[in-house]
Design a protein around this ligand. Structure first.
Ligand SMILES: C[S@@+](CC[C@H](N)C(=O)[O-])C[C@H]1O[C@@H](n2cnc3c(N)ncnc32)[C@H](O)[C@@H]1O
Length: 269
């Protein structure tokens, strides 16, 4: 089969961008090389692999799990089924914290997953120290590999459950994209999430349990004027503001994502 016919077949059923990326991944060609070689015959082995990935994508498996990587901020990250697929919305947390003076500051990330948030910050500001935590050892191993790929030595990875005792030193900033989906509100038809680790997605108490724990405990270890940047669902913004106010945070502001939704909030001590 030629590349032209293969592309046509894939683009019939899946997102055309995904079709391009699957073919690029298997044939190890860039987009320009693909489109200037449309009459190239694809060998059977590559066709079988492309077909396998196309069928998985058709079943809803996230493309990042099929190709094993995903771009976030300025780098490409290793991604496996042990970690949440990094979302572009989460980049607003990185963008917002980078507006602060992070030189010689200490940052704590809660729930680092593949490490995209901490690694993106640490790569931009080499003289800050980041403690990146997660309950999942498997995800910490991926995050460590990602940090090593970029040669970063300013992140300390720690296995920690935020429901347990916090023995961290005081920090200047806390950042987190915690689980915040209310499982009761899901329909089963959501794109991608059913392939991702449950612990990374769902939270009790209408999706607010983990955010509540984090906001409450963070208050005790944030330095004066310290801030916490936390991602949440747009519909949770009022509830989260209430949690912040009841924990006596002084100043609460919102971060808006590319869709114009309130996707994160910032709380100042
Ligand atoms: C929404 S994912 C975020 C991953 C990554 N920071 C990102 O933005 O792509 C939430 C992460 O929190 C971790 N997590 C869930 N419950 C936790 C807990 N009780 N203590 C520590 N980490 C937890 C999950 O393992 C997961 O990696």
């Amino acid at each position: 089969m030629t590349l032209r016919n293969l592309l046509k077949k894939l683009k019939n059923d899946i997102d055309p961008l995904d079709a391009d990326l699957i073919i690029q991944h298997v044939l190890k060609l860039d987009k320009a090389q693909i489109y200037s070689n449309l009459e190239k015959e694809i060998d059977h082995q590559d066709q079988d692999l492309i077909n396998k990935m196309y069928k998985s994508r058709l079943r809803g498996e996230p493309l990042a799990y099929l190709t094993g990587h995903k771009g976030f901020w300025k780098n490409d990250f290793l991604v496996t089924k042990d970690v949440l697929v990094p979302r572009p919305e989460t980049e607003i947390l990185v963008e917002a914290i980078l507006e602060e003076n992070l030189n010689d500051k200490t940052i704590l990330e809660l729930g680092t997953g593949s490490g995209v948030i901490s690694i993106s910050i640490a790569d931009e500001v080499k003289n800050c120290t980041i403690h990146a935590t997660d309950i999942s050892i498997k995800s910490l191993l991926i995050a460590k590999k990602n940090a090593k790929q970029i040669n970063l030595d300013n992140i300390i990875f720690l296995n920690h459950d935020w429901n347990n005792e916090w023995l961290f030193p005081n920090v200047d900033f806390i950042i987190s994209n915690p689980p915040y989906i209310d499982k009761k509100e899901t329909t089963g038809s959501e794109e991608g999430i059913w392939f991702e680790p449950e612990d990374a997605l769902f939270s009790k108490k209408n999706g607010l349990h983990d955010i509540e724990v984090i906001l409450k405990k963070s208050k005790n270890i944030l330095n004066k004027n310290g801030k916490i940047f936390i991602e949440h669902a747009p519909c949770q913004k009022e509830e989260i503001k209430k949690i912040g106010t009841s924990n006596k945070y002084k100043n609460i502001s919102n971060l808006i994502d590319l869709n114009g939704d309130v996707r994160a909030s910032v709380f100042k001590c």
